[in-house]
Design a protein around this ligand. Structure first.
Ligand code: MG
Length: 391
């Protein structure tokens, strides 16, 4: 067909929600994309299936034990690695031109950072990379002249809307949030929210961690921090509005009062495909947005009393330095504790706030500062969790 060159792609987190959606997009355009490396965690059965279908040169899984189980399941000639080094090998694979960074949580930081240092373009779904180490990551992106293309639907929307005008004419970025499953639930009932209720997102199909983050609004908090570092606007110019229908994915306001919005069905394949093919757009063949069927589109202010996590994220930005990394680590501990029935839903923000108060915040100079802050904050959060469990 066309004369476009085959783009070679490595995927970090290939068996997760974004990873699977990325492979779905790629499978529709075999003449455009070639998968060269796949890094996953524990789901080796799916990783093996993906390896048979996409024939990468390299795959990596969580650890050596799983790697040995994976080996006989793979087609001949596929190299296997494991652990952190394995993920970094995928991220820096010599053949890869673009790396889809879709690991969940803090483990995504190092491989993504190394991919940038190796000069790869990045399709970024792992928001923790920017939350934890935003200034260091952006510095490296500039130094290596790579592209950092957002996959997060809100950031993809803003990235696209920003192209409508000059940067200096932007007055506000407005991130939309669905409000999650507890938007209309009274605060008094929050202590009784179950794991199962919290895992039911009204509009998006996502992994467990991000679904809980959406229910507490921490996901939006992390996205505010992500937007701040990615687009370089101060926190006071970044706002959040609740938009329960998840049709407008975000907006940019310009000084003349014009608002440029991005609308679409809530399907991650749209922002993923845009990051893969930027600046081109692909014929995805997905259902079109039916404006009549989705009417009306409504907006509300976020309720920070009910959802303190959003305010805590702004607080972490204000504190600066390692504070966003501490916030993120505390949140990961809190979500894991909630998912394993060790922490009540309403205590998630309490645990995060205490950790933020009781962990020393340091300036961010090197990546080691981020990694240390992450470790110390997890230890502190575990201590606080233990106290909360006792009380
Ligand atoms: Mg998002």
């Amino acid at each position: 067909m066309g004369t476009e060159k085959l783009k070679k792609i490595a995927i970090l987190g290939s068996t997760g929600s974004v990873g699977r959606n990325t492979l779905d997009v790629i499978s529709r355009f075999p003449e455009r994309f070639k998968v060269v490396a796949l890094a996953a965690g524990e789901n080796i059965e799916l990783l093996a299936k993906q390896a048979w279908k996409f024939k990468p040169f390299l795959v990596s899984c969580k650890n050596e034990v799983l790697a040995q189980k994976l080996a006989p399941l793979l087609p001949k000639g596929v190299e296997i690695r494991s652990g952190k080094e394995g993920a970094i090998s995928c991220a820096t694979h010599p053949e890869a031109e673009l790396v889809v960074s879709a690991l969940v949580g803090a483990v995504g930081l190092l491989p993504t950072y190394e991919a940038i240092r190796a000069g790869k373009d990045i399709a970024l779904a792992n928001k923790e990379t920017l939350v934890m180490a935003g200034p260091l990551v952006m510095e490296e992106v500039v130094r290596r002249k790579t592209k950092l293309l957002p996959v997060d639907s809100e950031h993809s929307a803003i990235f696209q809307a920003l192209q409508a005008g000059r940067r200096e004419d932007v007055s506000r970025l407005i991130l939309t949030a669905s409000g999650g499953p507890f938007r209309t639930r009274p605060k008094e009932e929050f202590p009784n929210i179950s794991r199962e209720e919290a895992l039911k997102h009204p509009n998006w199909q996502m992994g467990a961690k991000i679904t809980i983050d959406s229910a507490t609004l921490m996901n939006k908090g992390l996205e505010v921090i992500e937007a701040h570092f990615l687009f370089g606007f101060p926190p006071e110019k970044i706002e959040v509005k609740i938009h329960p229908q998840s049709i407008i994915h975000s907006l940019v306001e310009f000084v003349d009062g014009s608002l440029i919005a991005h609308l679409g069905i809530p399907d991650m394949r749209i922002p993923i495909a845009y990051a893969l093919s930027f600046p081109e757009r692909l014929h995805l063949g997905l259902p079109r947005l039916d404006l009549i069927a989705t009417s009306p589109l409504t907006f509300e202010e976020p309720d920070l009393e009910k959802f303190p996590c959003l305010a805590l994220a702004y607080k972490a930005l204000e504190l600066g330095g390692t504070a966003p990394a501490v916030l993120n680590a505390a949140n990961e501990v809190a979500v894991e504790a909630f998912l394993t029935h060790k922490l009540r839903f309403d205590l998630i923000p309490v645990l995060i706030e205490k950790t933020l108060q009781e962990t020393e915040i340091k300036p961010l100079q090197r990546l080691e500062d981020v990694i240390d802050a992450d470790i110390f904050a997890r230890i502190k959060a575990q201590e606080i969790l233990y106290e909360l469990e006792k009380s």
